[in-house]
Structures are given as C-alpha cells and as structure tokens.
Design a protein around this ligand. Structure first.
Ligand code: ADP
Ligand code: TYD
Length: 206
C-alpha cells in the first residue's frame, strides 16, 4: 500500500496557521498533487462534535485531565476516519494542528500533565507527522488578530496574553526537541512571505 505525507501546522492562536494551511494546499494542488486539508480539534464528524465541547463556553469548564482526554478522543476519531485512510491512499494530508497542540496546550501550559499526554498519545495515537511547520509570532499581535475574527470559539484565547506567551515558549521548545520533524517559521510578516518559506520547506521535503 502506498503511503502519503503528513504535514501539520502548529502555533499559538491567531498566528496564521489556517491561512498558511490553505495557501500550502493551493500551492501543492497547483503542482498537480493530491491533497487533503483538515484541522483539529475536528476533521471527522465525531471529532467536530467533540470540538464544540472544547472550544465553546467557560475557560474553566473542563479540568486539564478531562480536556486532554477529549482532545485525544477527537484525535483518535480523526486518525481512524480520515488521516490514516487518506495517507494509505497516498495523499498529502495537511492538518491545521495535531498532537503537538496537546503537548503544548495541555502538557506544558496547563499544569504538569505532559506525562499523561505522552502516555495517551503512545497508547491510542502513535502517529507523528512527516513535517511540522510551527508559525512563531508575537502573542499580542496574534491575540489581536484572533479576537478580531469574533468566531465565538474563543475559550482558549480568553485565557490571555500571558498564557499565549507560555504557549509560544512551549512550541519553540518542541522545535528544539524535534529538529528532524519541526521547522520554526517567522509569522510576523505578510501572508505571502510566510507562504513562500512554507512552500520552500515542503517542496524540499517532498
Ligand atoms: P490561526 O489559524 O493560527 O488562528 P488564521 O490563519 O485564522 O490563524 O489568522 C488569524 C487572522 O489573522 C485572520 O483574520 C487572518 O486573515 C489574519 N492573518 C493571517 N495571516 C496573517 C498575516 N501574515 N498578516 C496579517 N494578518 C494575517
Ligand atoms: P483552533 O481552532 O485551531 O484555534 P485557532 O484558530 O485560534 O488557533 O483550535 C481551538 C483551540 O483549541 C485553540 O485555542 C487551541 C486549542 N487546542 C488545545 O488546547 N489542544 C489541542 O490538542 C488542540 C488540537 C487545540
């Protein structure tokens, strides 16, 4: 069975992941490649239902442990129903967030949950991306961009700038710890400049 390529975007809220994921999809489609664009939390119908529980409502709605279980449950469904089948068909799967978000948001920023995050990942996910593009940017600017969207999905953004700074440090550490898979990209630039760097890295990988 042929095996495709799994590419993920990571970074703090409002850093431009969704914008860059779409631009990368367009770039690869223009090259004649078969691409599936997806996102987390969500990406399959069951996982999209779990997403609603996670991104709406009071920031203190779930404990860190419960939240970790919900994100992991959503990811397992996404993996079973979409990611693994599409990779088996040889497609390039681009996901706007994946397991690194749980490592950073639940594992690093919301208490000492990293060991639980890693145990759950090993037990029920066990898949790492071929390439992870981490969009790095100033949390204040990213927060202003994100809240300007008025999406009604601001449960995490409402946790504030200090939280976003911790997240940024968490993603930078992840890039340092996983140099083979992760690339840090400066997001404080015009979308087309960021997209040019992304396309260069992905073209080199493919
Ligand atoms: P994320 O998926 O990381 O939350 P988005 O791609 O949704 O980020 O971008 C958040 C907001 O910022 C959107 O309104 C988007 O149009 C805008 N945006 C994205 N990239 C840039 C950029 N490089 N410069 C300025 N604004 C941007
Ligand atoms: P997302 O829709 O990607 O938000 P944004 O476009 O603002 O970056 O994700 C929703 C929120 O869920 C976001 O604040 C990050 C958080 N999240 C986690 O805390 N853990 C996870 O495992 C994932 C995938 C997302």
């Amino acid at each position: 069975m042929s095996q495709g390529q799994f590419i993920t975007f990571e970074g703090i809220d409002g850093s431009g992941k969704s914008t860059q994921a779409r631009l990368l999809r367009d770039h690869l489609v223009a090259r004649g490649l078969d691409v599936v664009l997806t996102r987390e939390p969500g990406g399959s119908s069951g996982a999209e239902e779990i997403r609603k529980l996670l991104v709406e409502g009071d920031p203190d709605r779930w404990s860190g442990e419960t939240e970790t279980l919900l994100f992991t449950a959503a990811r397992r469904d996404h993996l079973e129903k979409l990611i693994d089948p599409e990779l088996s068909r040889g497609k390039i799967v681009i996901s706007d967030r994946f397991a690194d978000s749980t490592r950073v948001y639940q594992g690093a920023a919301r208490g000492e949950l990293r060991a639980l995050v890693d145990r759950l990942h090993d037990a029920v996910i066990g898949r790492e991306p071929d390439l992870t593009l981490i969009i790095d940017m100033d949390p204040e600017k990213a927060l202003a961009r994100g809240l300007a969207r008025n999406s009604g999905e601001d449960r995490f953004e409402e946790l504030g700038a200090e939280f976003q700074r911790k997240l940024r440090d968490g993603f930078a550490q992840l890039a340092t710890d996983n140099p083979d898979r992760c690339r840090l990209i400066d997001g404080n630039r015009a979308p087309e400049d960021v997209a040019r760097d992304v396309a260069r890295l992905v073209d080199a990988k493919l």
